[in-house]
Design a protein around this ligand. Structure first.
Ligand code: ADP
Ligand code: MG
Length: 340
């Protein structure tokens, strides 16, 4: 099949499988030189791009379904973090060959998630090359409702959705196995590892949560690189300091069998969780707890936004006695951050 047949077969049909595009604000989808979008007057558009490269963002040999799913999931997670409603996406795809089985499964994973969020494929580009997927998502948000990183306020609580550490554990185990090091986990833990791998490959973008947090949270972001580094973005752009109570961190059940400091390390600097971290005033506590129930998503209050003048921009981790963890411990976490 040529390029045009391939697009038509796997992507136009796929796009149509979530219904004809007669949805505002999409005026024209795939097929012309450009797609046409007509945003409403009183809204802003949130736009984000993420590349997804074999060997860099996912292991060679990852199932095609999971590649399609996750390439879109990480982009939807950015919309969620901004409080934006998904509308559409474009797909730039480099493929080493025209493997029909790969394309079939890839588009199945992609559209499974796209249809869940009513997010339409409106265009893209297809070329031969090392496997590389680049998606750009478009979302809408009422004027001035976006959840930005630079709006945290002193006195805010810090919250995180879901649980942390499982995906990073799956990466660590798989990296160790590929390096033919001794597996770090025993076969007894294979069930846990499988569950952790599911979280790594099929993260749930917290779109409904992001939408519900508009007007409630002061600031938000999604956790792709790890809690510590990601919260530092909020601290720096809001010019505040953040204190995290380690005892309040929602550690993923899949890693509960590890030593406590390994659990803490994976939860604080391991990435790939795609949960939302956000700050909100104390007055929003009851609202957030209700949200947790109505969305059936656990939300944990893990720390506080504080002002520390010269320490602004910093994230500090406190132990159960509210004493800062020793600098060496935190430095050591970071030195093991890149497991490869
Ligand atoms: P052009 O050469 O004008 O850029 P292309 O031949 O690359 O157009 O693409 C033809 C149409 O197919 C365009 O509307 C483009 O957006 C769409 N398209 C190409 N590749 C993809 C893809 N991987 N997914 C979705 N749409 C695609
Ligand atoms: Mg083109």
């Amino acid at each position: 099949v040529g390029e045009f047949d391939l697009i038509k077969h796997y992507f136009v049909q796929g796009a149509n499988s979530i219904g004809p595009i007669n949805r505002e604000p999409i005026t024209l989808g795939i097929g012309d030189d450009c797609a046409l979008l007509a945003p409403l007057i009183d809204e802003q558009w949130a736009v984000s791009t993420d590349m997804f490269i074999e060997g860099r963002h996912f292991f060679a040999g990852t199932a095609a379904y999971d590649i399609g799913y996750k390439a879109l999931a990480v982009n939807l997670s950015d919309l969620a973090a901004m409080g934006a409603k998904p509308i559409a996406f474009t797909l730039a795809l480099a493929l080493p060959d025209n493997n029909p089985l790969f394309l079939q499964e890839f588009s199945r994973g992609l559209f499974a998630l796209a249809s869940q969020h009513n997010c339409h494929l409106i265009g893209g580009d297809t070329t031969r090359g090392p496997l590389n997927i680049c998606i750009t998502v478009f979302g809408s948000i009422a004027n001035d409702q976006a959840l930005r990183r630079d709006r945290a306020q002193v006195g805010d609580d810090v919250w995180v959705s879901g649980s942390l550490g499982a995906a990073a554990w799956a990466v660590r185990e798989q990296t160790a196995r590929l390096a033919s090091l001794e597996a770090l986990s025993s076969t007894l833990q294979n069930g846990l590892l499988e569950a952790a791998q599911n979280k790594l490959l099929r993260p749930t973008p917290r779109v409904a949560l992001g939408l519900a947090l508009r007007g409630v949270a002061h600031s938000a972001l999604d956790l792709s690189d790890g809690l510590s580094g990601d919260l530092a973005h909020i601290a720096q752009s809001s010019m505040v300091a953040i204190e995290i109570n380690c005892a309040c961190l929602p550690i993923s059940p899949e890693i509960a069998h590890l030593l406590p400091d390994q659990q803490l390390q994976l939860a604080c600097v391991g990435g790939d969780d795609y949960e939302l971290a956000f700050t909100a005033p104390r007055s929003a506590r009851a609202t957030i707890e209700k949200l947790s129930q109505s969305l059936d998503t656990s939300l944990s209050r893990i720390g506080n936004v504080v002002s520390q003048n010269k320490n602004n921009g910093a994230v500090r981790f406190l132990d159960a006695a509210r004493k800062p963890l020793a600098a060496e411990i935190v430095a050591q976490w970071h030195s093991f951050q890149h497991f490869s």
